[in-house]
Design a protein around this ligand. Structure first.
Ligand SMILES: [Zn+2]
Length: 580
């Protein structure tokens, strides 16, 4: 990873690819990557952003700790007939606008949390089957996981995006203030409802061309199940989903079109639940006979919070108590605490988790309880492929941003004003191609388990403009745009880029070759993928089941019915935009 070719000059690193959010609360440092001259730079005026700016400027004054700048430019156009087919695919994506809108709205209305995406997966696989794809369901022991293939032979292009949503983020789309559809219910407070619809539209456009032109190659669509828990991608790898894949194209919602390559940003993580077992007793009559598992949880948390002072600045760690006992007069015999241990590379993540294990054992000793632990999720730090990113970026420049109308901008400014953020409206300029960063300059940040995939096959993530800049992430506010014309237009633009990039990879073998050259000779030269999960670990498929049990019946009343309503906004009777 420390190879010179993965770095750009420090000055080129200060960028922000707008407000795309992955699994963590604020997808900040990953997105602190836009040039300071960009209008979005104002969004970086947050403390973590300033810390990174400071670190970079200090490094620059020292002469820079990274390697010299390496040019990174969009891949030049291919032969004319390839460019013609790409243009044709983009036009076809445009012609599928209504279908795209219906898919985006439909998945939004299901609003399912990680591992409970039953309606979502049933619907999306249904669309794919209707269009000639072969579907395998229940993949890797995950009931809501699947993959869908069409075509035959090489190259195999994997096309993925996440499908789960956020607890308590229920929100009426198109309304620029907090107004839940169902109070307390989950909702698409990140925008994961639009990524697989984007991929389906792109794949259908490419499939038509492949059929007519008799192009060899296989399209393999797959969903990021439980991404908010970083819960499945390592298991998909273990089950062999990417074993035959040549290039992996991922898509993630953001507030602009964008793509990047290299590593040195954000974090990876291990998510571990520690469960303590003690002995119950009457908490007043015979407390001395009890051994409190809750005491162990609290002691572990106190120890961690003291230890925190002596951890690297790059680390992020946080916990919630998932079981704190039943009632005060019964000494808790069981208690559990769930930690995320985040660091910027594999060794540091492992070391951080080891500290957690030690403190858990120490807490058990202090309380005469016992402790077990299990992994609930994991993610490698991301490292994206240079050749594929440069190719996708050329297509991004060719497609350009959607044309926003006054209503779109009014909604965006409405919620930005509501949240006391700069009223910048929507993205109007595409940012630069984001290159890798010196790991020394990485100040940490969020994670995404597409990181694991990026270490087994050349991968990039397409950011597409289906959301509004300057939102907090993992929040009801991020759901506002997600079933409106902003999302519909952004997904159509993204689907064009995705379709064009798939065609590039199908028809220009030198690009696939270049991708693997970078992957083998630069990215993985000194660092190989070692999964955080062991053979004994299993996906945490029962997570979120209770929440869905509680809300499902009520949520069903609001599922989108495209046979009766043109849009979900129309079904909900929402005037677009509704602004205070
Ligand atoms: Zn995400």
């Amino acid at each position: 990873m420390r190879n010179a070719e993965t770095f750009l000059s420090p000055q080129s690193q200060i960028r922000n690819s707008q407000s795309a959010f992955h699994n963590d609360a604020v997808h900040l440092v990953y997105r602190l990557r836009m040039r300071t001259s960009s209008p979005f730079a104002i969004t970086t005026a947050l403390s973590a952003g300033l810390a990174l700016l400071l670190a970079v400027s200090v490094a620059a004054q020292r002469g820079g700790r990274g390697a010299p700048p390496v040019p990174s430019t969009p891949t030049p156009p291919g032969p004319q007939h390839v460019e013609d087919l790409k243009r044709e695919a983009a036009a076809d994506v445009d012609s599928m606008r209504v279908m795209t809108q219906q898919m985006v709205d439909q998945v939004f209305s299901f609003g399912e949390l990680g591992f409970q995406e039953f309606e979502t997966s049933k619907y999306l696989t249904g669309v794919l089957e209707k269009n000639g794809f072969k579907v395998e369901r229940g993949y890797a022991g995950v009931p809501t996981a699947w993959f869908a293939t069409w075509g035959s032979g090489k190259p195999v292009i994997a096309i993925g995006s996440d499908i789960d949503d956020i607890p308590q983020a229920s929100q009426k789309p198109g309304v620029a203030y907090h107004d839940p559809i169902i109070e307390g219910a989950p909702g698409h407070g990140e925008g994961h409802n639009s990524g697989v619809p984007l991929n389906i539209t792109a794949a259908l456009a490419v499939k038509k061309i492949m059929e007519r032109e008799h192009l060899p190659g296989t399209l393999k669509l797959w969903p990021g199940v439980a991404e908010e828990l970083v819960g499945t991608k390592a298991y998909f790898i273990r089950s062999g989903l990417f074993r035959d894949v040549d290039v992996s194209l991922f898509a993630h919602v953001g507030a602009n079109l964008g793509v990047g390559w290299g590593g040195g940003f954000g974090t990876g993580l291990v998510s571990v639940e520690y469960s303590f077992t003690g002995e119950s007793a009457h908490a007043a009559a015979a407390p001395w006979r009890g051994r409190s598992a809750l005491d162990a949880v609290e002691l572990m948390d106190v120890a961690w919070n003291f230890r925190r002072e002596h951890l690297r600045l790059q680390q992020r760690s946080h916990y919630v108590i998932t079981n704190g006992g039943d009632q005060p007069n019964v000494v808790p015999q069981n208690a559990s605490v769930w930690y995320y241990f985040r660091e910027t590379d594999y060794e540091h993540i492992k070391a951080l988790r080891a500290i957690g294990d030690t403190l858990a054992k120490a807490a058990a000793m202090m309380t005469d309880t016992t402790v077990t632990s299990r992994i609930l999720g994991s993610a490698w730090p991301q490292h994206m492929n240079k050749t594929v990113a440069e190719t996708m970026y050329a297509n991004i420049l060719s497609v350009g941003l959607p044309t926003w109308d006054a209503a779109d901008v009014a909604l965006a400014k409405g919620i930005q004003k509501e949240l006391k953020q700069p009223e910048v409206g929507l993205a109007t300029r595409i940012g630069p191609l984001r290159g890798g960063q010196d790991p020394e300059l990485n100040m940490g940040g969020p994670s995404d388990d597409i990181g694991d995939v990026s270490w087994v096959v050349p991968t990039v993530t397409l950011g597409y403009p289906a959301n509004i800049p300057n939102l907090p992430g993992h929040n009801w506010a991020n759901a506002i745009a997600s079933a409106t014309p902003i999302a519909h237009k952004g997904v159509t633009a993204g689907a064009k880029v995705q379709a064009m990039t798939i065609i590039d990879m199908l028809m220009r073998p030198e690009l696939v070759q270049g991708a693997w050259d970078y992957f083998r000779n630069i990215q993985t030269k000194d660092q190989k993928y070692i999964p955080f999960i062991t053979d004994a670990d299993q996906p945490a498929i029962t997570m979120n089941a209770k929440i869905l049990d509680r809300y499902r019946a009520e949520m069903k009343k609001y599922y989108y019915d495209p046979t009766k309503y043109k849009t979900y906004l129309e079904q909900l009777g929402i005037t677009y935009p509704t602004v205070r």
